[in-house]
Design a protein around this ligand. Structure first.
Ligand SMILES: Cc1cc2nc3c(=O)[nH]c(=O)nc-3n(C[C@H](O)[C@H](O)[C@H](O)COP(=O)(O)OP(=O)(O)OC[C@H]3O[C@@H](n4cnc5c(N)ncnc54)[C@H](O)[C@@H]3O)c2cc1C
Length: 288
């Protein structure tokens, strides 16, 4: 199939992007890496009046650390994030998660902002942003605002972005002393979307866990925190007893629907296995 006809614009400045977004509202789509947008155009799942190509907006690209915050421009590609020593140091979870996303050709073009704006429930980065308590910077002609990742993902491919708005950057607190994070997932084949994926972040004081954050992808209509399992682990030594209780609690947190990849029951089982794998690896890294 071929896409429905659309106009195309490649603005020379971010201001021009906002002017176009303001003029076309919901009839416009931003073109970033194109790795999700182009398939959806070709399948006619989306038929915008205009594509606004932002690939030339270099102000939206880049990685900087300052004041305890890692800032990633929305147009930064997965490959750039993976190659960044700053990211590896400040938010190692992201470096661990990127290789799970698709294939190298897609990671060379796909962008962090595109992934978050697209909000595929099985995508890796939205779960990471939830676990890391990221702040998302959103801008429009009328001004800027910030939204916590927890409030950004609203439902299936649905976010807090309004017509006329663009995601401009993502800010993640730099990992602090005693904190560990990890990411892993199960997918049918290497590069496929996750049947279940876990982004975990926690403080280890010796063996004792606190500030535990378990964010899953692939098990709901959006990335979700496993709050009951988190509470089970909070403030106690990490070991086989705590892990067994946390796995049991996951059955209360998660109710994955059946899909083409796996039954809900299988996804829950995989989510429990992931909790064991990821937390155990984090515990070992912490010397626990
Ligand atoms: C074969 C294949 C396998 C894949 N496997 C995975 C996988 O395992 N995991 C995974 O996470 N993804 C996967 N993807 C999707 C890929 O990661 C996409 O790159 C990503 O979802 C979208 O990023 P993009 O930069 O390509 O955005 P685009 O495709 O350009 O845009 C996607 C949507 O986001 C909007 N958008 C883009 N940037 C912004 C912005 N800054 N502000 C507001 N709206 C914006 C666009 O208008 C569009 O609606 C796969 C894709 C393919 C083709």
């Amino acid at each position: 199939m071929k896409p429905a006809p659309f106009d195309y614009a490649k603005p020379n400045s971010v201001e021009e992007v906002f002017d176009l977004l303001d003029r076309y509202g919901d009839d416009a789509r931003l073109l970033a890496g194109g790795q999700s947008l182009l398939p959806s155009l070709n399948m006619r799942l989306s038929a915008p009046a205009i594509l606004i190509d932002i690939t030339g907006q270099h102000a939206l690209r880049g990685i900087v650390i300052g004041d305890g915050v890692l800032r990633i421009g929305a147009l930064t590609t997965y490959a750039e994030v993976k190659a960044s020593v700053e990211v590896a140091r400040a938010a190692p979870m992201l470096s661990q998660a990127i290789p799970w996303i698709a294939h190298p050709a897609i990671r060379n073009r796909g962008t962090v902002g595109g992934s978050l704006a697209h909000a595929d429930p099985a995508a890796e980065l939205p779960a990471c942003m939830l676990a890391l308590d990221a702040q998302l910077e959103i801008a429009a002609k009328s001004g800027r605002r910030r939204v916590a990742a927890a409030d950004f993902f609203r439902g299936l491919f649905e976010t807090d972005l309004k017509p006329g708005e663009m995601l401009t950057a993502i800010e993640v607190p730099v990992i602090r002393a005693n904190y560990r994070s990890g990411f892993s997932e199960f997918s049918r084949r290497s590069g496929d979307f996750a049947m279940s994926g876990l982004a975990a972040h926690a403080r280890f004081d010796g063996e004792v866990l606190s500030d535990v954050r378990l964010a899953y992808c692939g098990v709901d209509t959006r990335p979700v925190r496993a709050r009951i399992a988190e509470r089970v682990l909070e403030g106690r030594p990490f070991g086989s007893a705590a892990l067994a209780e946390a796995k049991a609690a996951l059955a209360k947190d998660l109710d994955p629907p059946d899909d083409l990849q796996a039954t809900g029951q299988m996804k829950l089982h995989l989510s429990q296995v992931l909790a064991g794998r990821v937390l155990t690896t984090m515990g070992r890294a912490a010397g626990g």
